[in-house]
Design a protein around this ligand. Sequence first.
Ligand code: FES
Length: 223
Amino acid sequence: MNEVTVFIMGKGYRVPAGLTIMKAMEYAGYRLTRGCGCRGGYCGACATVYRLKGDYRLYADLACQTPVQDGMYIAQLPFTPAERPPYALQDLAPEGQTLLALFPELARCVACNTCTKACPQKLEVMDAVQAALRGDIRQVAELTFDCVSCGLCTMRCPAEISHHHVWQLARRLNGAYLTPRAKHVQERVQEIAARKFAVELDAFMSMDRDVLVAAYKAREIEA
Ligand code: FES
């Protein structure tokens, strides 16, 4: 078997080449109770930092998406602490100053682009910071749609911006106030509230789990 040597939390292991960092950790005997979620690059729970042999740079990536390399020094981060001010969405307006008022550290951005380089999703993070500074909530929401909130940009930011919390607020404001309502969804919600589908819904609610799963699998799917 083609193997490589990796160092997990300072201890050396021989693991099969081609495994992701996450699978290599499990192969080495680690049971992941933190820092592991969807395993598919979506949830952002598996933020990991590493160095490569002979390379001074500190790299950061998602453990479930990054293959091991020979001589890799790995440390997993169970959580990225970041400040998030309390707010109630219904009390906020989707206006230019809203993001900056809650996250004044945005104004400390020195445009170093470290956040963009740190992003495992290859998002244009610094462009999103600039959009937030301009108060362009819609653009922030669009640029950060694929953010998984891993916090790797936040850890590297010299201005100490809590990026993922800013993006989450921008997407909430965009979804709640700026995005046009889908007419067909509103109509369907009204139909459900008026119990138009009461017979079908009541039948689903009374099914046992296996029957419900089978009915779900056999459902008609729109082309
Ligand atoms: S486990 Fe969800 S992104 Fe890696």
